[in-house]
Design a binder for this molecule. Structure first.
Ligand SMILES: Cc1cc2nc3c(=O)[nH]c(=O)nc-3n(C[C@H](O)[C@H](O)[C@H](O)COP(=O)(O)OP(=O)(O)OC[C@H]3O[C@@H](n4cnc5c(N)ncnc54)[C@H](O)[C@@H]3O)c2cc1C
Ligand code: FES
Length: 622
């Protein structure tokens, strides 16, 4: 065993206010004094308000001038403050409308005097809750109300109208829930100051009184990976009342952050994209070991072996290690200023290097296209190199790909299609040119590689955990691997997707990682919960969002409505006469509507969408 955890030195960050000082900071005392493992220090909780200021809310929309044209950041990437209530009294009571103002199945934003609420009528009952999605602040009134829940129009998060609880993702928090009363045909909403001003978790996080002895080399739950899946797993365990020790480790230098922002708001500071502040981990007694790599898992003895030789026992294990971006294998691949975008530092550095210089992006899928779009604001030139003939071809199909390509070309992006990189040339160690197999030589000061990724599961090879031929961890509907007590979640797994007849799929997206983390946590606690979700994802370029729900792998046709050239369309992906996925641009909330139909288990037939008659969306179709 290469080292041991020791109690922290008292002079380290633990404040007087800490109720459980020995749990907040840990350092390694290895046999080798040069080895040091950094462990996130969790400080005492600051004022409530600070936590409620979402990091997402800190950045204000920016306006750029490119060639004289004013451009705006897309609102979705720079949302407003999550908590929109101001000057709140202890109790707020407001008459908000007449009972006749709202039909069954309708939602309405109403004014409470100190801010707004979402008022809902379903099956004759009224419900009131927060009106903005806690993820990026979408107005939920523009979302979809369906059988006891509201689905967000932007990225598909779902909230129970009965409790305000988040039921599907993305996002970590629930909505505040308010009381409704009817008096003399008028609807009143009553809300306490606490309900208005407190960011709601799904349930109250359990008080964190550890049952375990102070044994620092063992933990009850070890979570390898502090991405979306790992974080949601840890939070869910606490929400469900699990009070024993949780340790989460990550190779990253940082606490969990909003990874999708790295390619959409590339110069965001870390504190703008951090998902939870340090205080959160402290308060909820979730230990985060940063810059820590697990090198092997011994399932027989339930031990994780760290790269430096340190070992940690666990009772339950979650593997949520995500994936590793693929690198180029061509000549010159080691030159400076060639990046995969995995960390805020990568993203910030690319923006800096690209400023008024030449940027080359290799790969025209999500990451590459988002980076290309972002850099057009900054760089002298942006070129995209891609093997296929149109961007996003595999995912969105040829026609959507062509329409998007045109938008990029109109924004000064140059495409080099059906070719690949043969060499990266340097000058004084730094990238100077990208040479293509077609013979073309591109001037390049910075290059971003977005050619895919492979599951970060190499360290499990000898473990006995079932890994498929592509390296994905195979799990069942409860996120369990073949080894009892070992769960896996997120980008690194294949799991049975009910929507596609339980086909084993890998869905490397933000919403799914959240859902996996939640299901894994519930099943660690023996809830016996099977995953039931509709995959939902989005990409954002030039201030426009492309939304997508379902799982379109293997689609054989695409049915369009709207105008593709105007980028105002919905595309239905079909296979064997059935709609298996939907994408849209400027057509909200169609994707959320379709996601709700899919979630209800109702099949959508190709002929339903071909006619243009959308009555099937409400279940009233033929
Ligand atoms: C730039 C970018 C933009 C994206 N944009 C979108 C988007 O717009 N929409 C969308 O739906 N999805 C998007 N994604 C995908 C999304 O971020 C992932 O699906 C999601 O992060 C997966 O979560 P995860 O928890 O499985 O893994 P990750 O978030 O990748 O986290 C993996 C964690 O495991 C740790 N780890 C790995 N190996 C080890 C080890 N051996 N020991 C210890 N720790 C380890 C890592 O350090 C990290 O903490 C984007 C991804 C990137 C990179
Ligand atoms: S803003 Fe609601 S899910 Fe993103």
């Amino acid at each position: 065993m290469g080292g041991c955890f020791s109690k922290p030195k008292p002079e380290l960050h633990c404040s007087q206010a800490q109720p459980r000082r020995h749990r907040c900071t840990l350092s390694i005392c290895p046999p080798d004094p040069h080895v040091e493992v950094k462990i996130e220090v969790v400080l005492p909780e600051k004022e409530r308000a600070k936590e409620e200021m979402s990091p997402n809310g800190k950045a204000s929309p920016l306006v750029y001038k490119v060639n004289g044209t004013a451009r705006h950041y897309h609102l979705e990437e720079h949302p407003i403050t999550i908590n929109p209530y101001q000057n709140v009294k202890d109790v707020v009571e407001a008459s908000v409308c007449h009972v006749k103002d709202l039909e069954n199945g309708q939602m309405r934003e109403v004014d409470l005097g100190c801010g707004k609420a979402l008022l809902i009528k379903e099956n004759g009952d009224y419900y009131a809750m927060g009106h903005k999605c806690p993820h990026y602040g979408a107005p939920l009134v523009k979302g979809v109300l369906s059988k006891g829940r509201v689905r967000c129009p932007w990225h598909g998060a779902c909230f129970s109208i009965g409790t305000g609880d988040i039921e599907d993702f993305p996002g970590l928090d629930s909505l505040p829930k308010f009381q409704v009363k009817i008096e003399k045909e008028k609807v009143y909403i009553r809300a306490s100051k606490q309900a208005l001003l407190t960011q709601r978790r799904t349930k109250v996080m359990a008080k964190c009184i550890s049952l375990s002895n102070y044994n620092i080399s063992s933990t009850n739950v070890l979570i390898i990976g502090a991405g979306a899946a790992g974080l949601v797993c840890a939070e869910t365990l606490r929400q469900e009342g699990f009070s024993d020790r949780i340790v989460m480790c990550t190779m990253d230098r940082h606490l969990p952050y909003d990874r999708p922002k790295l390619s959409k708001s590339m110069d965001s500071h870390l504190d703008q994209i951090t998902l939870r502040p340090k205080e959160f981990f402290r308060t909820n007694d979730i230990e985060v070991l940063t810059e820590t790599q697990v090198a092997a898992v011994d399932i027989k003895n339930k031990i994780a072996v760290f790269k430096d030789g340190f070992k940690m026992d666990y009772n339950k294990l979650l593997i949520a290690t995500g994936n590793t971006p693929k690198a180029l294998s061509c000549k010159g691949k080691e030159v400076e200023n060639v990046f995969n975008i995995r960390t805020p530092e990568d993203a910030n550095r690319v923006v800096k290097l690209a400023s008024s210089k030449n940027a080359v992006i290799v790969g025209a899928s999500f990451l590459g296209m988002e980076v290309a779009a972002y850099l057009t604001e900054k760089a002298h030139s942006v070129s995209v190199v891609e093997l296929e003939e149109v961007p996003f071809k595999k995912f969105f199909g040829e026609k959507v790909g062509q329409a998007l390509m045109k938008m990029f070309e109109n924004n000064r992006v140059k495409f080099y299609m059906q070719t690949e990189v043969s060499e990266l040339r340097e000058q004084e160690g730094k990238l100077k040119e990208v040479v293509l197999k077609s013979g073309k030589v591109l001037r390049a000061d910075v290059c971003v590689i977005g050619i895919g990724a492979s599951p970060a599961t190499g360290f499990l090879k000898q473990s006995g955990i079932n890994i498929d031929s592509k390296g994905f961890i195979v799990v069942n509907k409860m996120m369990q691997t073949n080894i009892p007590g070992v769960f896996a979640a997120g980008d690194a797994v294949t799991f049975p997707l009910a929507l596609r007849n339980n086909k084993k799929v890998n869905i490397p997206h933000w919403q799914m990682a959240h859902m996996h983390g939640r299901i894994a946590a519930l099943n660690m606690l023996a809830h016996g919960t099977e995953i039931s979700t509709v995959p939902y994802l989005w990409t954002a370029v030039f201030g426009k969002s492309l939304r997508y729900a379902g799982h379109g792998e293997g689609f054989d046709d695409v049915v369009f409505q709207g105008d593709l050239d105007e980028l105002k369309f919905v595309a239905f992906y079909t296979k064997n006469e059935e709609v298996i996925a939907v994408a849209s641009m400027n057509y909200d909330p169609i994707v959320s509507k379709v996601a709700e139909v899919m979630a209800s288990g109702r099949a959508i037939r190709k002929r339903d969408v071909e006619t243009g008659d959308m009555s099937w969306l409400t279940g009233k179709g033929s």
